[in-house]
Design a protein around this ligand. Structure first.
Ligand code: AHR
Length: 330
């Protein structure tokens, strides 16, 4: 009797064991073959940013072999640091960071390195000592983004060329302070102001790259009676806000006030076509396929280039066509 019971029990254990579901590292088999990427995104402050997020989602899709976890930091560096720590804790395969500002990444990136998680930085740069110096040079695997000073130089040179020695009173709408996009574009305008004594800086403030703040700043300057004939907006969304403020005050953008802007989103290109924006410097947000390519290279054991500057164009009424606008992906 005892022996029969033991055999029955052994059989049950054997059968039960045979039916146990295979263990899955993630607890969800569907995901186990995918490369897990944690993406710490700046926020959703602009059309550019949303196009950048979409590009990442499209390229790092399950169909392409990825599981993408996006964290929206709402333009706050502290939230990005927390997100990166969470990604490390979750044991993601790769971390992609679009940094809000350039400084403050040493500690958390050292933590990612200690956890053996490659970090790919996109869009803006982090502090240059990490980028080029010996100390932390390998805290990230590679960077893909824009040359923001080159973008700023293009806008300043256009103003110089267009208005020669005419006096310009410039309102400068800056991005969030400390971001490479702000630092590079502002540095270019500063050099332009130094080179052109007939230019004056009428007002300058940060509109955080948002349309609402761009509009608010220009409304304030108009209410204060500040005299200006140029707006140097460090992105399209602030330019849209500025245009609304000008129109509400009965001024004609492109005639009473010249607007130069950055990003060259489709909506902004339409405004270049209609003459409201006079010059727009492209900032390309389509980093998704570039990040995909880099990860695939790393997976094959190859070494991707450490720094990749993306190709970008400039637009004014002279080179813009409707076909170009229609073909714009963002
Ligand atoms: O870093 C890129 C900049 O950030 C874009 O010019 C701006 O629109 C965005 O928010």
């Amino acid at each position: 009797m005892r022996i029969r019971l033991m055999i029955t029990l052994m059989l049950m254990v054997f059968l039960f064991d045979g039916c146990t579901a295979p263990t899955s590292p993630s607890g969800n088999e569907e995901y186990d073959h995918l490369i897990v990427v944690g993406f710490s995104q700046v926020g959703a402050e602009s059309d550019w940013r949303n196009a950048n997020t979409r590009s990442m989602q499209q390229a790092l899709s399950a169909e392409n072999g990825f599981r993408l976890i996006i964290d929206d930091a709402q333009q706050k560096k502290e939230r990005q640091i927390t997100a990166i720590r969470n990604f490390i804790h979750q044991g993601v395969d790769y971390i992609v960071l679009a940094p809000t500002t350039e400084d403050g990444w040493d500690t958390v990136l050292a933590e990612a390195k200690a956890a053996n998680i490659p970090v790919i930085i996109i869009d803006r740069m982090i502090d240059s000592s990490l980028a080029t110096g010996d100390a932390g040079a390998d805290l990230f695997t590679c960077w893909i983004g824009s040359d923001f000073q080159r973008q700023g130089n293009a806008a300043v040179q256009w103003l110089e060329h267009q208005f020669k020695d005419q006096p310009l009173n410039i309102v400068h709408l800056q991005g969030n302070y400390g971001s490479s996009a702000q630092v590079g574009r502002s540095a270019s305008l500063d050099r332009g102001l130094e080179r052109n004594p007939q230019w004056t800086l009428a007002a300058r403030d940060s509109g955080d790259f948002t349309q609402a703040k761009g509009q608010e700043l220009v409304e304030t300057y108009l209410a204060q009676g500040i005299d200006f004939n140029v707006i140097f907006a460090e992105n399209d969304n602030m330019a849209y806000g500025a245009i609304d403020a000008l129109k509400n005050a009965g001024l004609m953008p492109g005639k009473d006030v010249i607007i130069v802007s950055f990003d060259a989103n489709r909506r902004a290109l339409e405004m270049v076509m209609s003459g409201e924006i006079s010059y727009d410097v492209e900032c390309n947000p389509l980093h998704g396929p570039r990040v995909q390519a880099v990860i695939e290279q790393l997976e094959r054991g190859e070494t991707p280039p450490r720094f990749t500057f993306v190709e970008e164009s400039v637009f004014d009424s002279a080179n813009l066509t409707q076909t170009l606008i229609n073909d714009r992906g963002y």
